[in-house]
Design a protein around this ligand. Structure first.
Ligand code: BZD
Length: 835
């Protein structure tokens, strides 16, 4: 059938947006999908019925989008990411469909609790932190801006672990997010692909007499796609998140089985299904595990095969123009094997000559770097790599050989440079450097904030930036205001919209109009009331979760992010202990009351990060129950920080802690989410903090600490933390307090590794930044006493955050990197010719 002939025109319970229709649809789905009648339906049954009601309304738009793409054959972005930290879908889809309030009413009229139903959704936590959440924000913005796109990743059966706290320690619990079913995805087993592993290669001569290579693998896995619709805000554009799930290949199984090798056959099934079993919970620390490389290759190969099938089979286009129709954005080096895999597919499966294959590959790939930390730069031992992907290793050697010849021509006799730029690290054991492969194979390489891009060009990829300056660019991160303002902060959204209308939701720069209300007394009072009400909600949550009563008039001082030494949660702790020491010395000291709130997970194998969590909980135990403190400071560690919980936390903050060692945090995105919701930032000149401060104004930002260049200078000179310890009595007192066993029931050994690391190495310069941090925290305390002034600063933070919408980031990628035109999708039941 010709696609033009298909008219999707449905007007029934699956598309209607009226309250009565929504109610009927929910009950219908409860009956026919969940197979329950209301009297015995559980909360989850109702959640599923509601989710299917919303999904039905997405599907119509999704199919129109997909039909339009098939017909128009636009250029598309494929966002390849090992992580998509989507967070719950229901609320977001209701916002983007524009039926949030209507659905709430429909649900309430059915006698159900809308909030409880939203809460019921299991979070798809298929990511670690910033990088995975960025991918999710970008999907939202690409759909909102009508950019044809697909997100490709892995459907992990178990996402990031759930965090529990036992006796102050982090305990990891398997995240069984699929246990109640996932109403948002549709399996497409008919579009599965096979992925090969291991074995060897063979040369042969094809029918045209050309020398070709064949890969004879020793294992094979099938990738089954699961599709989730991604609807944009106030548009019909509905893109796809396609996640691959690994399954055993039937035929492979049978071969072993027929030969009598039953265990071998079952073993293959186990191997296959292990592939997409669990997300690696390490952020910014690589382990070099074989399974991780298998996961990366698995999803990259499925995704590229999928693109080629769409291009050649479905659209009937020649492979020679593949790069005109597809561009691939590599979310860090996790999918960087795509460079070698696309080469392999073009050379071995499509019989294309090397030069043309390289041209297509290099015109297709674009690479985003997210970190400069040496321990996070991916490299694979050559032996492991070759045994798993023998053909790819050959291709990489060939790419490298040709490239190094060019380098030699350009920089004769510069052997050091050759060694640095080689894809193969040969300084000791041999490794494949994935950042070099990604850089070399891409037409665009970007960092995620101005400073980060500058450091990337200066440091990690310096030689490449010198040789190919035109390929390097910056794309400062952004976050979606739909999830992180409209959905998570309905009160503030309502106030803002009552003053400036609702266009700011798709054009965040319009928040600037709020500046004219800063002088409006009533507006400031409403702003303050709202913050207070949200803080009350969080206080109730803290009471429920931790049994701690907190003062809503105190400063809600929040640090919520992954635990890592470079993020310096322990610097925050040193401030808490310093205040505590002051109160112990002078119980009548007049300090601005504060509630210190922490949230975040540590990688399960990262002992120091776990010890910092233990320290926070230990300090909390002491401080919260000391009568001398008299409720002036409280310390709260909220367990299991995830997207759902983040949405509750950002709106409630007065103060956002963004205190990484300058030069270490590539961008940060939590910093943006806090500030958009009217929190003030205490931060270093690191990542996007610099740009946030530029936007909101230095007078509305609490800056402290060394600059990135000062940090490298000090390190180059030979940094000695002990000098700071000796010279600074308050710092010494704080450290001694930990060392004495005061927070650990007399156990002086417990925090030794942490204290020792600070006193003798302090790789993240906490001691050097300590005094500056303490001084600025004192200013924060003073500033908060002038509530009226604080409110002005808070309003100005929100008003000036327009730059940090992910819509702005995506517009820049579209214009400067991808060069894709938006494609408008017709609304359902409205024949139109807008594209
Ligand atoms: O990426 C983060 C950076 O640390 C942040 O500064 C930045 O804002 C975000 C988005 O650009 N990096 C990560 O989150 N990295 C990882 O999660 C990760 C995961 C697996 C392996 C290595 C890194």
């Amino acid at each position: 059938m010709q696609t033009e002939d298909i008219q999707i025109r449905i007007e029934d319970d699956r598309t209607g947006l009226e309250i009565e229709t929504l109610k009927r649809a929910i009950l219908d789905n409860l009956f026919y999908i969940q197979g329950k009648f209301p009297e015995i339906a559980t909360l989850n049954d109702y959640y599923m019925a509601l989710a299917y009601t919303v999904r039905d309304r997405l599907i119509h738009r999704w199919l129109i989008s997909s039909q339009t793409y098939t017909k128009v054959q636009p250029r598309e972005v494929c966002y390849l990411s090992a992580e998509f930290l989507m967070g719950p879908h229901l609320g977001n889809n209701l916002i983007n469909l524009g039926i949030y309030d209507r659905m709430r009413q429909a649900v309430q009229e059915l006698g159900l609790n809308f909030e409880a139903l939203l809460e019921q959704e299991e979070e798809p936590g298929l990511g670690n932190g910033g990088l995975g959440r960025l991918a999710a924000c970008y999907l939202d913005s690409m759909a909102t801006l009508d950019i044809p796109s697909v997100g490709y990743g892995i459907r992990y059966e178990f996402g990031i672990f759930d965090q529990d706290i036992h006796d102050g320690w982090q305990v990891e619990i398997t995240d069984k997010w699929l246990k109640n079913g996932n109403p948002w995805e549709i399996a497409r087993p008919e579009w599965a692909f096979e992925v090969k592993f291991g074995g060897r290669t063979e040369r042969y001569t094809d029918e045209k007499g050309r020398s070709r290579v064949k890969w004879i693998p020793d294992r094979m896995v099938q990738g089954v796609p699961y599709d989730t619709p991604i609807l944009g805000y106030e548009t019909s554009s509905t893109n796809t998140l396609r996640l691959w799930s690994a399954q055993a290949v039937e035929s492979f199984d049978f071969r072993a089985f027929n030969a009598g090798d039953y265990y071998g056959a079952v073993g293959n099934k186990v191997f296959s299904e292990n592939l997409s079993k669990v997300l690696y919970p390490n952020d910014e620390q690589i382990q070099g595990k074989q399974l991780r490389l298998e996961q990366q290759y698995f999803f990259v190969s499925c995704s590229l095969q999928d693109m080629i099938r769409t291009h050649c089979d479905r659209r009937g286009l020649p492979i020679s123009i593949f790069h005109e129709k597809f561009t691939v954005q590599l979310n860090d080096t996790h999918p960087a094997i795509a460079v070698a895999e696309l080469m392999r597919l073009l050379l071995d499966e499509h019989g294309i000559e090397w030069d043309q294959a390289w041209h297509i590959t290099q015109s297709t790939m674009a690479y985003t770097n997210h970190t400069l930390l040496p321990e996070a730069l991916e490299r694979w031992a050559v032996g492991l790599f070759g045994s798993l992907l023998p053909r790819h290793l050959e291709i990489i050697y060939e790419i490298n050989g040709r490239f190094l010849n060019e380098v030699r021509l350009r920089y004769p006799k510069d052997d050091e440079r050759i060694r640095r730029m080689s894809i193969i690290d040969e300084s000791g054991d041999r490794y494949v450097r994935m950042a070099n492969l990604a850089t070399l194979g891409s037409y665009s390489i970007n960092g995620v904030a101005e400073l980060h891009t500058q450091l990337l060009k200066q440091d990690v990829l310096h030689d490449f930036a010198e040789m190919y300056p035109e390929r390097f660019n910056n794309k400062t991160n952004g976050v979606t205001p739909r999830r992180f303002m409209v959905l998570s902060n309905p009160r503030l959204t309502k106030l803002i919209t009552s003053k400036i209308g609702d266009h700011w939701i798709r054009n965040l720069q319009e928040l600037r109009q709020l500046e004219s209300f800063v002088e409006d007394l009533e507006f400031r009072s409403e702003w303050r009331q709202i913050k207070l009400a949200i803080k009350r909600d969080l206080a109730n949550y803290i009471q429920e979760q931790n049994g701690i009563e907190v003062n809503v008039d105190s400063i809600f001082d929040i640090q919520a992010k992954r635990f890592h030494e470079y993020k310096r949660q322990h610097l925050n702790v040193l401030h808490i202990i310093t205040l505590y020491n002051r109160l112990k010395a002078n119980p009548n000291l007049d300090i601005t009351p504060r509630t210190f709130i922490f949230g975040g997970k540590a990688a399960p194998g990262y002992q120091m990060a776990k010890l910092i969590i233990k320290l926070i909980n230990s300090v909390a135990d002491v401080v919260n129950s000391d009568p001398d403190v008299r409720d002036r400071i409280k310390v709260v560690f909220l367990k299991d920080y995830n997207v759902k919980f983040a949405q509750r936390v950002y709106p409630a903050a007065d103060l956002s802690e963004q205190i990484s060692t300058a030069g270490k945090e590539a961008s940060g995105t939590g910093n943006m989410k806090f500030s958009m919701n009217g929190a003030l930032t205490i931060g270093t000149l690191d990542g996007a903090n610099i740009e946030i401060r530029e936007e909101v104004g230095a007078e509305n930002f609490f800056l402290f600490g060394l600059t990135a260049s000062k940090v490298s200078q000090i390190k180059a000179k030979g940094y000695d933390p002990m000098q700071y310890y000796i010279a600074n009595s308050e710092l010494k007192a704080a450290i001694d307090r930990i060392n004495s066993g005061f927070f650990s029931k007399g156990d002086t050994a417990l925090f030794k590794p942490l204290v020792g690391s600070l006193m003798y190495q302090d790789p993240y310069l906490l001691f050097a930044d300590y005094q500056s941090y303490i001084d600025v925290q004192t200013q924060v305390g003073e500033a908060y006493r002038d509530q009226d002034h604080w409110t002005r600063m808070s309003i100005l933070n929100t008003a000036r955050m327009g730059k940090f919408s992910s819509d702005r980031s995506i517009r820049e990628y579209v214009k400067e990197v991808w060069k894709i035109d938006p494609l408008k999708i017709c609304p359902p039941n409205e024949p139109c010719s807008i594209h």
